[in-house]
Design a protein. Structure first.
Ligand code: NAG
Ligand code: NAG
Length: 398
C-alpha cells in the first residue's frame, strides 16, 4: 500500500534527521566545520558490491552549501523516485537507496562525486525519469499519493499536540488567542501595539504584490501542495531558519535539508487546508500556510515561505487571515499557533496577542471532529466505516 510506504520513508527520515541532529549538536554545530558529509563507500562502486560484506570506509563528500534552484530541482527529482519506488519490491534494486536521505543530499549538493559512482548514477536516472525538470508543468505537478481522510486525520494529530489533550504526555506551551469577544478582525487589530498595527497594514496582497488562494486538502486525493513549487519554499524556509540559529555551516545546512524533506512529507500527509501565496507578477509560489480545524479550535499547523516572501510580510498576513477566519466562523473559539520556543516567531506571537499557555487544552478545545468545508472529502466508503469503528472503540476505552 502506498500509504505504508510513505510512513516507512518518512519515519526513516525522522530517524535519520533526529540522529543527525543529535550527533551534530553533541559535536557543536556552530563554526564552519568540515564542509563534508560522510558517505559509506559501499555506495561508491557498482550495485553488486553493495550487497557484499566488504568492509566499508566512510568517504567525505564535499557539500556545496549554496542553495540553487537547479540543485533543489535535482533533490526533488530524487525524492519523486523515493515516492514512486517500492523498497519492499525485491526486483527494485534501487528503491532502498532512493529512500536514503543523506545519499539524496550528497548527490544533489556534493561537489566531488565521481561521475561513475552510484549516487551520481542514481541521480542521473532520477533526472532522466523526471521529465522536463525546467518546465512550469514539472514545477507544479502534484506528486503526492491519494491519502484517505482517516489517514490524513491521524497523521495530523501528533503535530497538533494530541498527546496532551489525550492525556498521554505534556507538550510545550501553545500560543493561543481566544477570539470569542471579537466581532470583526478590526477588533483584534485595535488591541495590538502601534508597531504591530503598522505591520498588519503593510501585510496586504496589493501592497506586497502577492496573491492568496485557499486550497482544500481532500481526503482521497493528492495534496494541493505536493509539488516542487511548494517543496522549494519548505527548503528555503528551513535553511534560512537553521542558518539564523546555528550560523552558516555545512552541518546546519545538511540538517536543514533533511529537516525540510521530512517536513515536506509531513505537511503533505496531513488534513486541513493551505493558504497558497504567489507572486502576483510571476505567479510563482512564494509560500504557504497549513491550517487545521478541529473541535472549537483552528490551528496554524505549518508555515513555510521562500527568502523573497520572508521580506514581504507573508507570515503576518497568514496570521491576520487565520484570526479573521476564526472570528467569522461560528464553530471556532480559539486560534492556536502551536508550541512556543521552537522557532524565530515565538516572540512575535505574544506581540500579536497570542498568549503562551501551559495547560493549553483547557482553553483550546480540540475534542470535536475535524471541521471541513462542505464536499471537501471524497466519498470513501471503507475509510468512513473504519473511521466510525475507531470512534466507537475510542468511546469504549474512555
Ligand atoms: C470577554 O468579555 C467578557 C466580558 O467583558 C470578559 O469577562 C472575558 O474575560 C473576555 N474574554 C476574553 C478571552 O477576553
Ligand atoms: C509592487 O509592484 C509595484 C508596481 O510594479 C511596485 O511599484 C512596488 O514597489 C512593488 N512592491 C513591492 C513590495 O515589491
Amino acid at each position: 500500500m502506498l500509504w505504508s510506504r510513505i510512513l516507512v520513508i518518512s519515519s526513516c527520515c525522522l530517524l535519520r534527521v533526529g540522529y543527525a541532529f543529535l550527533a551534530r549538536r553533541q559535536h557543536g554545530i556552530k563554526g564552519p566545520g568540515a564542509p563534508t558529509l560522510q558517505i559509506d563507500t559501499r555506495f561508491w562502486s557498482s550495485q553488486d558490491r553493495a550487497d557484499e560484506e566488504a568492509p566499508s570506509e566512510p568517504i567525505a563528500v564535499t557539500i556545496d552549501t549554496t542553495l540553487s534552484d537547479d540543485k533543489m530541482r535535482s533533490l526533488f527529482a530524487w525524492i519523486r523516485c523515493a515516492f514512486d519506488r517500492n523498497p519492499y519490491d525485491p526486483n527494485d534494486v534501487y528503491a532502498y537507496y532512493y529512500s536514503n536521505i543523506e545519499l539524496a543530499i550528497a548527490s544533489a549538493f556534493g561537489n566531488n562525486l565521481p561521475k561513475d559512482s552510484m549516487p551520481a548514477k542514481l541521480m542521473e536516472m532520477a533526472i532522466k525519469s523526471a521529465g522536463d525538470v525546467n518546465s512550469k508543468e514539472w514545477e507544479e505537478a502534484l506528486i503526492g499519493d491519494a491519502i484517505s481522510r482517516r489517514e490524513r486525520e491521524s497523521a495530523s494529530l501528533g503535530a497538533m499536540g494530541a498527546a496532551q489533550w489525550s492525556g498521554r504526555f505534556m507538550t510545550r506551551p501553545h500560543s493561543l488567542l481566544d477570539v470569542r469577544n471579537f466581532t470583526s478582525v478590526d477588533d483584534w487589530v485595535k488591541t495590538l501595539p502601534r508597531g504591530c498595527k503598522r505591520t498588519i497594514k503593510k501585510a496586504l496582497p496589493e501592497l506586497q504584490n502577492f496573491t492568496v488562494t485557499n486550497k482544500l486538502i481532500r481526503g482521497g486525493k493528492a495534496s494541493p501542495h505536493s509539488s516542487y513549487a511548494h517543496f522549494r519554499c519548505v527548503v528555503e524556509h528551513e535553511v534560512r531558519l537553521l542558518s539564523n540559529i546555528y550560523g552558516q555551516s555545512t552541518g546546519a545546512f545538511v540538517n536543514a535539508l533533511a529537516e525540510a524533506i521530512s517536513r515536506y512529507m509531513g505537511t503533505t500527509c496531513m488534513a486541513g487546508n493551505i493558504k497558497e501565496y504567489r507572486d502576483s507578477e510571476s505567479n510563482k509560489v512564494i509560500g504557504f500556510a497549513h491550517e487545521v480545524s478541529k473541535g472549537r479550535t483552528v490551528r496554524g499547523q505549518w508555515f513555510y515561505c521562500d527568502d523573497d516572501a520572508a521580506t514581504r510580510y507573508v507570515w503576518f498576513h497568514s496570521v491576520y487571515d487565520l484570526v479573521k477566519q476564526a472570528i467569522d466562523d461560528d464553530r471556532i473559539d480559539v486560534v492556536d499557533l502551536g508550541p512556543s520556543g521552537t522557532d524565530a516567531f515565538e516572540y512575535l506571537k505574544s506581540k500579536y496577542g497570542f498568549e503562551a499557555v501551559v495547560d493549553w487544552p483547557a482553553i483550546a478545545d480540540y475534542r470535536g471532529e475535524f471541521n471541513y468545508e462542505e464536499d471537501q472529502n471524497e466519498e470513501e466508503i471503507m475509510d468512513d466505516m473504519m473511521r466510525m469503528m475507531q470512534e466507537v472503540f475510542r468511546r469504549k476505552d474512555a
